[in-house]
Design a binder for this molecule. Structure first.
Ligand code: NAP
Length: 180
């Protein structure tokens, strides 16, 4: 299953100056709890902002970059892919877990939502307003059903399920691998 996980302000701000505009330890723990043991897919700028060359621990890391093969060396703990779909396919093939989390940033969220790649969204709505320069993309709210709603103190966690048909076309490559 493909999940998207994000924290945003009531106005949809998710980033500032290449990093998070806030420090909310409880949300970081929540993020870790949900994503540990699974695959994570992120844009190159989000990966850079982590400042963790080996990626997030206890997760298989996939980084999306158009320049990946030119600018990066091979690191067994971080896999570079040139499209979101290739990253999702590789994540599904690595079979560490049936769950892959798209963890940002804005360009990757936008691509994933526009192309109906996401089954479930996990949104932390940060209660306080913060200014920023990066926003979560607009999406069709009528296509998403709220299935969980928890007040976590500094933020409200809401889980949404996609009501439409999730696009799994990129998995056709997997069929080729399974039945060459
Ligand atoms: N609040 C949250 O939950 C949250 C989560 C994650 C990130 N953030 C914030 O979001 C900001 C970063 O977001 P961002 O949108 O600027 O950057 P990003 O999505 O993390 O990374 C953008 C980069 O990803 C690659 N890329 C994007 N779309 C691609 C595509 N279709 N195919 C191939 N490669 C693609 C490109 O890398 P190359 O330039 O290498 O080609 C592009 O420059 C930061 O402030 C970060 O802290 C917030």
């Amino acid at each position: 299953m493909v999940h998207l996980i994000v924290a945003m302000t009531p106005k949809g701000v998710i980033g500032k100056d290449g990093t998070l505009p806030w420090h909310i330890p409880e949300d970081l723990k929540h993020f870790k709890r949900l994503t540990s043991g699974s695959q994570v897919v992120m844009g190159r700028k989000t990966f850079d902002s982590l400042n963790m060359p080996k990626g997030l621990p206890n997760r298989q890391n996939f980084v999306v970059s158009r320049n990946a093969p030119k600018v990066r060396g091979y690191d067994p703990e971080v896999t570079y892919r040139t499209s979101v779909e290739d990253a999702l396919l590789s994540a599904s093939l690595c079979s560490q877990s049936p769950n892959t989390f798209i963890i940002g940033g804005a360009t990757i969220y936008e691509h994933a939502l526009k192309n109906n790649l996401v089954d479930e969204m996990h949104i932390s709505f940060v209660k306080e307003q913060y200014d920023g320069d990066t926003n979560f993309p607009d999406f069709d709210k009528t296509q998403w059903e709220e299935i969980e709603h928890v007040d976590m103190g500094d933020f409200i966690y809401i889980k949404f399920k996609f009501l439409g048909e999730t696009n799994k076309d990129y998995m056709n490559l997997k069929k080729l691998v399974d039945n060459p």
